[in-house]
Design a protein around this ligand. Structure first.
Ligand SMILES: [Fe+2]
Ligand SMILES: [Fe+2]
Length: 277
């Protein structure tokens, strides 16, 4: 990557020591089952980031700036998200056996997990990564807004800021590779759509299954139960979801002219409201 396109390296913006764990309001979250699902399943998925993304770094071999950023900043921050959420769960819901439940999740997920299916070109992979970071940035924004516990709000806002930051990096790298590969808008749209359809992936389903199993040891779990849990969670999160921000982040790689974007954005926002709320 040319020197002019380089981005100054990041420093760690926060650590687990910045979170006032002692101030967690257990009384406010103890009986919030949907909140428990959000935080516990997110902790499982984030803490397992290295398992399904190890091929991503290899895909960009030779681009030292990208691989250094992925290894030293991005991956480290994603794993920190997992550690922080785990600690929150263990403090706020101590009766939940995080370690044992996670072991069950990891066993099942590792057995069926395929490495992330990468896009055929580097520019399209960067576009797909923008969708993933848009998804997580939106999720943590909603979580931060809806949390009745200020400590969880602060923690998820830190994570949200990281995810927005990740988006900016991937977007910047996307622009670099798009130019290099002369990638057009149709291909970009296809990559965005492809990744968007994968956002509700297997990791979320398996995480939900194990958390549900810990809460209801004798109850069977199937896709219908999963949809019910999802529905309940969406009902809680829907009105806190940052629809406008999500659509802006989603459309950005398409470089639409402002007039087209003005027409497309409200339609997509309506669609997003319908899908999330
Ligand atoms: Fe994350
Ligand atoms: Fe991220």
């Amino acid at each position: 990557m040319p020197a002019t396109d380089r981005i100054s390296s990041t420093h760690q913006r926060w650590t687990l020591d910045d979170i006032p764990w002692h101030a967690i309001r257990r009384d406010k979250v103890a009986h919030q089952e949907e909140l428990f699902y959000f935080v516990s399943t997110a902790s499982f998925v984030e803490i397992t980031t290295d398992l399904y993304t190890r091929n991503l770094i290899g895909y960009f071999a030779g681009d030292d700036e990208v691989t250094a950023w992925l290894e030293q900043h991005w991956l480290h921050e994603e794993l920190q998200h997992g550690e922080a959420l785990k600690r929150y769960v263990q403090t706020a819901w101590p009766e939940f056996d995080w370690e044992t439940t996670y072991k069950g999740y990891l066993r099942e997920y590792a057995a069926c997990c395929k490495l992330d299916a990468l896009e055929p070109t580097r520019s399209m992979e960067m576009a797909a990564r923008c969708v993933v970071e848009m998804g997580t940035a939106s999720f943590y924004t909603a979580l931060s807004r809806l949390s009745p516990d200020p400590v969880l709000s602060v923690l998820t806002w830190h994570i949200r800021e990281d995810e927005v930051h990740h988006y900016k990096y991937f977007y910047r790298y996307f622009r670099h590779y798009r130019k290099l590969e002369s990638a057009g808008r149709t291909r970009t749209l296809r990559a965005l759509w492809h990744r968007l359809r994968m956002i509700d992936g297997e990791d979320g389903l398996i995480a939900c299954k194990h958390v549900y199993g810990a809460l209801h040891p004798d109850a069977p779990f199937d896709i219908h139960v999963y949809r019910q849990v999802q529905k309940r969670c969406r009902r809680v999160a829907g009105r806190y979801f940052p629809h406008e921000m999500s659509i802006k982040m989603l459309l950005k790689p398409l470089d639409l002219n402002p007039r087209v974007e003005q027409v497309a954005a409200p339609i997509l926002q309506g669609l997003a409201r319908y899908m999330v709320a």
